[in-house]
Design a protein. Sequence first.
Length: 298
Amino acid sequence: MTLLAFGTAASVSRDVLALLVRGAVGDGPGLELLAHIDRMELPVPVLRGGLPGDRSRRLGTHGPQHGGAPGRAPRPGGTVRPQHYTCRMHGQFTGWPGQAMDVLWELQGEPAHATRERCRADRERLVRQPMIALLDEVAAADPRYEDFSVWHYRTGSWWWQNQSAVIRIDRKVEISLRFSLDGLRIQGAWWYPDPGQVDGFRRAVASAESGPSLLAIVEDLRKKGYDISGDVMKRPPRGYPTDHPRADLLRHRSLIAARALGCEAWLHTPEAVDRVLSTTADLDALLTWLARHVRRSS
């Protein structure tokens, strides 16, 4: 532990620290100790140089952006600085254990408080921690995805039955993930818009320069099996013709492209990382368009 303390104080990288520990106590005990440390929640000052403000490697965070933990103030650009980090090691995600489904089965319906408390530790270990490890792997593959949060539990039973997480791409532009008995579901979304964002979205959709590209992106996602939804008005907004070539998109006050990846054997293996990255690649054009045309609208 003294070695860990000195290494952290000296801002030694995680990989170097791992080599030091394993060299001091051996591979087996060293890996066990590092795995134990990885499950500990450490305050922000311990992880120097890892703050999201400088876009360096961000390590698993906690708490939702919408209705999240108290005491978190927005940082420039609108995203949220986390209160805590969870240290993880590259390559740690091995899939959700099969027992994760057993825990979620126990929490179906309206589980009593005693049932939730009995399942709490297993749910954290078997359901929530693998989601953090998965997103660590995704962020390691693409730094654009390093600003993420993994939800804690709430009073409502839905939050115990579904493990949700979000990757923030830009202001109100996000990738959302949900793990449940139905498997893994991923969506790219512009939602909960700031004042002025809806007007900016409509202008970009109506524009002959930017609108056709969004229409093509949405149609391509539909062909790939994504559900396109959002907060949709019954008719185009005032000031836009009802026969506009992109009238359907003009009706949107949010835009979501979602796909259920299912509950196959790969979910319990490291292959889940590749499945998620493949899905984010599908969503990249949509999220890029939204970040470019909606983020600074006022």
